[in-house]
Design a protein around this ligand. Structure first.
Ligand code: SAM
Length: 277
């Protein structure tokens, strides 16, 4: 864990009555002691029974962003976006992390679940940061406005392998239901992200071993993106990866053919070179 304010500080989630800066944190985003936050504070993250509560995957994603904080500050992203924002923990943490960039950096968050959009709004307000929060399917309706505009995309998608019928919920099941190999929503997100990302844009995405992260990287490689594992975390239940993608003229050329899904991820040696840039 990179710092004391960070995500693994688990705490019970509480419904926050939020209005301006008078409750929770002052709009400056500082504790009353004056200590500046590095990430969203779990006790100040709003909750709802139909909204995904920040968990190991959310924490891993924020930890990966923290580990890349210096590079993100150097990138000076003009527009950052989260797809599937849930409680707002990740987008709020990112906005806090990059706060010093000021109004030069804007934030957008989407979620298919209306309650998640409302909860994210409350979490952002509790921490004194702002994002445009939109209840929509992935980036539906935003394609034209955002094409080639987004410098940083973060995604903790629904990745759990489930029967296909479970896909399509707009409630809490949308948090995890990933269909076959947990890839059904992921495979819709990737081409959408490619359209949104600017030339210098980066994507950070959570994937599970079951999702075949090597195949995800091959797919992205075919679209012209190099990749690396920013963070790997094994919990009792799952092996989580935070993958980072960025445009690379040689990415497609270096990629070996996509796996059948049965090959070991690390056995695909030609591809590994991309992972250690
Ligand atoms: C695993 S949760 C992650 C929530 C939050 N980002 C976090 O890390 O704590 C996945 C989120 O994606 C949202 N989601 C699922 N399918 C979606 C879609 N097609 N478009 C937008 N959001 C979607 C879910 O509603 C849920 O909030």
């Amino acid at each position: 864990m990179a710092d004391g304010d960070s995500a693994t500080a688990s705490g019970k989630l509480t419904e926050l009555p939020v209005s301006g800066g008078e409750k929770g944190l002052p709009r400056s985003g500082k504790f009353s002691s004056g200590r500046t936050l590095n990430t969203a504070q779990i006790p100040l993250v709003a909750s709802h029974p139909e909204v995904y509560e920040p968990c190991d995957d959310s924490f891993a994603l924020v930890d990966a962003l923290l580990s890349d904080k210096a590079q993100l500050l150097t990138l000076q992203p003009r527009l950052c976006m989260e797809i599937g924002c849930g409680s707002g923990y990740v987008i709020t943490s990112l906005a806090i992390m990059l706060r010093q960039l000021g109004s030069g950096t804007q934030y957008i968050a989407t979620d298919i679940n209306q309650y998640a959009a409302e909860t994210t709004q409350a979490t952002l307000e509790a921490h004194g940061v702002h994002a445009d929060v939109i209840a929509t399917d992935i980036v539906s309706g935003l394609e034209k406005r955002l094409a080639g505009m987004v410098d940083v995309v973060v995604v903790n998608p629904p990745y759990v392998p489930t029967p296909e019928e479970e896909i399509g919920s707009k409630g809490i099941a949308s948090s995890w239901a990933g269909g076959l190999n947990g890839r059904q929503v992921i495979d819709r997100i990737l081409p959408a992200v490619r359209e949104m990302l600017s030339e210098r844009g980066w994507l950070y995405m959570i994937a599970l071993e079951d999702n075949d992260p090597s195949d995800i990287c091959h797919l992205m490689s075919e679209m012209g993106y190099a990749s690396r594992v920013v963070l790997k975390r094994c919990t009792e239940e799952e092996s989580l990866y935070v993958l980072k993608f960025w445009r690379d003229a040689h990415a497609g050329a270096n990629a070996s053919p996509r796996s059948s899904g049965h090959d070991s991820w690390f056995s695909q040696l030609p591809f590994r070179s991309l992972w250690h840039k």
